[in-house]
Ligand binder design. Structure first.
Ligand code: NOJ
Ligand code: CA
Length: 708
């Protein structure tokens, strides 16, 4: 096989436009001759490092297909694509290639906040122009961007006579795997991502019987399908992860599993209100279908493919976005110490309690406080069918003085996080958005946590369908107008849009810590987060809400607990990235606790992040350098297996002196039997040192390297 760059420069101009099938065959022949490649009819684009290669081919029936190779391995074998529509014939076969062009792009852009400041965005692109040879003569472009760490491809539909209003019933994008890989997956669901992960061979994916937790809204799809990101490891040790980027005005994707043929097919999220899944008008683009590829599991986490495939910042100056830690009048409701509403006399969001938290946040410089349950309506929020109009997001309960609380917070230098639980009465929320955000502007709130518990109203819509995708975006736009950063619970999955809309900060979109407070299935097992780091976290920041010190949740929830050690709770501040990072437990469990110092010290906004080691579902160690201070923090977590890991500290600046503090599991610590055991040690080391970390089963370690 000839050097791919040579082939590329041959193709790399639009001079190669082939206007007929004959022309295309000729073009294929030229390519064949020059490349010495054994297959004809192929078009190719390779990654800048030449390891990843995409070939496009027109099949005999005129269907377009692609394949992907990494080094010498075929990772996606010839996979077709095509669309079906409600009122138009399918757009699948009978195509010809009318043009091909190649381009390259390289830039370094700056994240206003994030896992790192500077992001390299370097890819080679190929645009294949396709048209039907008969009938409606519809046209579209298939565009690939191939990076060193993965690829994205999408369909771009230009404006055209025979295709104006488009009602897509399915996008049949296939992914033909080449082995029975080990897969970390959650069952395909149109409403919620809050499921435990399963680890099975691809051929054993059974999303129908693994529907493991009842949620207030869940719509498992009737076929064997998984949600994305879904991560796999081939028998040769290569990691693949499938997702989508830049989901705008389109339905979310799930992947239908063909366990016999080892193949996946896109299965878009639909709506009961129409027979189509996506309504669009040309010109429009689909989201990018993405495949991350990594030899080292940790490289999946270091990859910035998701954000790179999105457009640059459209909000202009975003210096008003300020990442922060935050506490909440929150966990106390989840563990039943207090309630969101006033029923039963245990209201959490009282003026007095808010001041108590504000004092604590101020004393320990934790930045911000979320107050849930301060506005009326919570008596009816859950389990009620008629949820419209119950929340207005502006009327406080009588025991909560909004004026007093906000001015007290301001006096103490504490930011408040607004809460909008919509209870999925989305039409109501949209009607109230203006007043809700006006109130926030009046009181200078610059962060909101939104929530979508329950089935969506308008009925028949799903959390991950196009209508909701557009709703989530409307809220991001509205928030941007008001200078507000958004944390979405029960969201649509992140697809890298934080690059374009940097106030789209963080979200839930997984089984969060809250499940440990009330789930009846034992909560999140120790393997949960070592899987999440290599799956859900590839999509974007996670509001997991770490930091529970009262691991057994005594005396509030005798039957529930957190299934990690205390040291792992610290490590999560580094491992699970979020620009809004919660300090989730009650103040009384932090008071006087020596390990609380780590939470006080740890950064939330990073100059750079390095994944030092890790295997999906087993363990992972991440080190991050805080922006502006140059302090480093390290977090390491493991599943139910205890382990020893050797860490080299060569990431430290050789010219700086650090005060290094290790927060680790103690000798007898074990997530199940003795989760609260810990030790704190000062270490004397520099950038030439090695540390041996001992992680207990279900444990972790956290290290602060504070510049002296
Ligand atoms: C579910 C969210 O995930 C949780 O954080 C919140 O406290 C409740 N909904 C109430 O809004
Ligand atoms: Ca939730």
């Amino acid at each position: 096989m000839k050097n791919p760059l040579g082939e590329q420069s041959i193709e790399s101009s639009k001079k190669n436009i082939m206007n007929s099938k004959k022309g295309w065959i000729l073009g294929g022949l030229i390519l064949l001759l020059l490349s010495g490649c054994s297959q004809d009819n192929r078009l190719r684009v390779v990654s800048p490092d030449r390891n990843l290669r995409v070939d496009v081919v027109l099949l005999d029936n005129g269907q377009v297909a692609y394949s992907v190779r990494y080094k010498r391995q075929v990772i996606i074998d010839t996979s077709g694509m095509g669309f079906t529509f409600q009122d138009a014939p399918p757009l699948q076969a009978g195509l010809e290639i009318t043009g091909v062009s190649h381009s390259s792009f390289s830039e370094v852009w700056e994240m206003p906040w994030g896992e790192q400041r500077h992001v390299k965005n370097h890819y080679n692109a190929m645009r294949v122009e396709l048209a039907e040879t008969e009938g409606l003569m519809r046209r579209f472009d298939l565009v690939f961007r191939v990076y060193d760490d993965g690829l994205g491809f999408r369909f771009e539909f230009p404006e055209q006579e025979n295709m104006t209003d488009v009602l897509i019933t399915e996008e049949n994008t296939f992914f033909q795997l080449t082995g029975d890989h080990l897969v970390w997956w959650t069952p395909g669901d149109w409403d919620i991502y809050e499921h435990l992960y399963n680890t099975t061979r691809f051929s054993e994916i059974d999303a129908i019987s693994k529907r493991n937790h009842p949620n207030l809204a869940q719509t498992y799809i009737p076929v064997n399908a998984v949600n994305t990101p879904v991560t796999m490891r081939t028998d040769k040790g290569l990691h693949l992860s499938f997702h989508e980027a830049a989901l705008i005005d389109y339905a979310g994707i799930t992947l239908e599993i063909d366990s016999i043929n080892l193949r996946m097919r896109s299965n878009l999220v639909g709506t009961e209100r129409a027979d189509y899944k996506v309504i669009q008008r040309t010109p429009f683009n689909t989201p990018w279908r993405t495949i991350q590829v990594a030899e080292r599991a940790g490289d999946l986490i270091e990859s910035r493919l998701m954000v790179n495939l999105n457009e640059p910042n459209k909000l202009g100056d975003v210096s008003w976005l300020k990442p922060t830690k935050y506490m909440g009048i929150w966990w106390e409701m989840h563990i039943g110490k207090s309630t969101w509403g006033m029923e039963g006399g245990k209201h959490g969001a009282t003026t007095e309690n808010a001041k108590y938290y504000i004092d604590f946040v101020a004393e320990h410089d934790l930045g911000a406080l979320l107050i849930e349950g301060w506005y009326t309506g919570w008596e009816n929020w859950i389990g009620h069918d008629d949820r419209e109009g119950i929340f207005d997001f502006v009327t406080p309960y009588p025991d909560f003085d909004l004026d007093e609380v906000t001015s007290y917070a301001k006096e103490k230098g504490v930011r408040l996080v607004m809460h909008h639980e919509t209870s999925s009465a989305v039409t109501t929320y949209e009607e109230q958005l203006d007043t809700a955000f006006a109130l926030m502007s009046h009181y200078n709130y610059d962060m909101v946590k939104t929530g979508y518990v329950g089935t969506i109203i308008p009925r028949g819509e799903y959390h991950h369908g196009q209508w909701m995708v557009n709703h989530y975006q409307r809220v991001i736009d509205k928030a941007a107008e008001h200078g507000v950063m958004v944390n979405i619970h029960e969201p649509i999955m992140a697809t890298g849009l934080r690059r374009t809309y940097p106030n789209d900060a963080t979200r839930e979109g997984l089984r969060g810590q809250e499940f440990n407070a009330w789930a009846t299935d034992g909560g999140n097992p120790p393997e949960h987060l070592p899987i999440v780091a290599f799956t859900r976290m590839l999509a974007g920041p996670i509001d997991y809400t770490p930091g529970i010190f009262n691991i057994k949740i005594d005396p509030y929830r005798p039957d529930n607990r957190v299934n990690t050690t205390l040291a792992q709770q610290l490590a999560l501040y580094v491992v699970i990235y979020s620009p809004m990072q919660m300090v989730a437990d009650l103040p009384k469990y932090y008071k006087g606790h020596p390990a609380f110092q780590f939470i006080k010290d740890v950064g939330v906004d990073w100059e750079q992040s390095i994944v030092l080691n890790g295997e999906v579902g087993e363990y992972v160690t991440i080190a991050r350098e805080e922006r502006d201070t140059g302090n480093w923090f390290l977090g390491s977590i493991t599943n139910e297996e205890g382990r020893e890991l050797t860490i080299r500290t060569d990431f430290l600046d050789p010219d700086k002196q650090y005060k290094v503090t290790l927060y680790a599991d103690g000798e007898d610590t074990h997530w199940e039997t003795y989760p609260t055991g810990y030790q704190i040690k000062e270490l004397d080391l520099n950038n030439q040192s090695e540390i041996r970390l001992r992680l207990a089963p279900g444990g972790g370690a956290a290290i602060s390297f504070m510049i002296q």
